[in-house]
Design a protein around this ligand. Structure first.
Ligand code: G
Ligand code: G
Ligand code: MN
Ligand code: NA
Length: 251
């Protein structure tokens, strides 16, 4: 309850911040963009990760104003990077289940893109597999609207939900993000390797980019490169960082 009271004030008090984790098209290649990841600089408890407060924000509905703030700030950051010459970089923003069902989402996204003069194709919205598959017809309609605007869609935590391939086929997504549970033990676990390999093949046939998350070692990175994974993300390649550190590491 205390945390909920504090969270209500966090936005107004400017305590929320975004960190940015780089995405790479394979090893040795330059950054192609970032995923915005929310943190809370709590006055007493220190820096809190989203797992400690997003569930509260989701239950209380506070995730809606917070999500609007995340979209606006992530777009502002991308505009700054484009102005600094990194005009090909894209930005990925995570959407919570409640945001995903909010009738104002499409307008919020359109407004943020316009406010920061961004090409919609430089924004990717990440929605978990579970959220996307919950109310399939409504999801399809929303995702089709966003896609028609030019925004990209990524299916996050792929492999952990109950995906129907029939619906996946109809989803206008452009990215599948393989959950890091499948990456953790990749080189030692033949089942994990087979699953990742199958997702890469599935992505290829459905014309979806496949992203591996949670790449923590060189061995995992090399393995994923060999499997033909399109994009890599993880501590080994780059942690979530503040914008200054991101720019320093990426350039
Ligand atoms: O960075 P990490 O520990 O920071 O994130 C933990 C979880 O919180 C992930 O599932 C991630 O998708 C989610 N998350 C991070 N930032 C945001 C955000 O801005 N909005 C929402 N809805 N989820 C986020
Ligand atoms: O669910 P989502 O994919 O949005 O989650 C992103 C989360 O994963 C963030 O909490 C981020 O900090 C975390 N993360 C990013 N890279 C790694 C990694 O290499 N290992 C682990 N364990 N977590 C990571
Ligand atoms: Mn994500
Ligand atoms: Na994920």
């Amino acid at each position: 309850l205390r945390l909920l009271q504090d969270l209500r004030r966090a936005l107004a008090r400017d305590e929320l911040i975004l960190h940015y984790q780089p995405k790479f098209p394979g090893s040795g290649q330059p950054v192609i963009g970032a995923e915005a990841l929310l943190r809370w600089q709590h006055p007493e408890l220190g820096l809190l990760g989203p797992d400690t407060f997003i569930p509260i924000a989701e239950r209380s509905g506070l995730i809606l104003p917070i999500g609007d703030w995340v979209l606006d700030r992530a777009c502002a950051q991308l505009r700054a990077w484009h102005d600094a010459g990194h005009t090909s970089w894209s930005m990925a923003v995570n959407l919570s289940p409640l945001q995903f069902t909010s009738p104002s989402l499409v307008d919020t996204v359109r407004d943020a893109l316009q406010r920061h003069a961004l090409d919609p194709g430089h924004l990717t919205l990440e929605v978990t597999e579970t959220t996307a598959m919950k109310n399939v017809e409504a999801s399809l309609q929303l995702l089709n609207t966003l896609t028609a605007m030019g925004v990209k869609i990524a299916i996050d935590d792929f492999g952990t939900g109950y995906s129907s391939l029939l619906y996946l086929k109809r989803m206008p997504a452009s990215e599948l993000k393989i959950d890091r549970a499948f990456v953790r033990d990749l080189e030692n676990n033949a089942e994990d390797a087979a699953i990742v390999s199958s997702i890469v093949a599935l992505g290829r046939s459905l014309q979806l980019q496949v992203v591996a998350e949670g790449v923590e070692t060189e061995a995992q990175r090399d393995f994923l490169d060999q499997l033909g994974c399109d994009l890599l993300q993880g501590y080994h390649l780059g942690k979530p960082m503040d914008p200054e550190a991101f720019l320093r590491q990426a350039t």
